[in-house]
Design a protein around this ligand. Structure first.
Ligand code: CU
Length: 133
């Protein structure tokens, strides 16, 4: 019958929520519980992985190994060559990022899971694969 005793499990839950996903340390002040504006399904434990970032590094006219990202993830493209490159989906217009020599660019990965082959519009010999799952 003591109302104060019922509070303690709730505090434990709040503490767990507050410290749970802050390993990234990107500087989010973690205010109350504002849902991220991105996905419509803001509730649920799986939503946290969708916001992960990934990087494609272009070097010596090559994209490197296939990259696996979460649906809708922000993908950063780093170009270590002097020449400009693009990361252009082979099919449709899933993504198309242009990167100046020595520059970086960002694009949003498709939200539909699958394996997306891409190429460079300037250098037809450059091919890579983006896996969304
Ligand atoms: Cu290129």
């Amino acid at each position: 019958m003591n109302a104060r005793r019922k509070l303690s499990p709730l505090w434990v839950l709040l503490i767990l929520l507050g410290t749970g996903g802050c390993a990234g340390g990107s500087g989010s002040p973690a205010p109350t519980s504002a849902p991220p504006p991105g996905p419509a399904y803001g509730v649920g434990p799986t939503a946290a992985t969708a916001a992960a970032t990934a990087t494609i590094t272009i070097k010596d006219f090559a994209y490197g190994d296939p990259l696996t990202v979460a649906p809708g993830a922000a993908v950063t493209v780093t170009n270590m060559d002097a020449a400009a490159h693009t990361v252009t989906a082979d099919e449709g217009s899933a993504f198309d990022a242009q990167v100046k020599g020595g520059g970086t660019a960002t694009f949003t990965a498709p939200t539909k899971p699958g394996s997306y082959a891409y190429h460079c519009t300037y250098h037809p010999g450059m091919h890579g694969t983006l896996v969304v799952k």
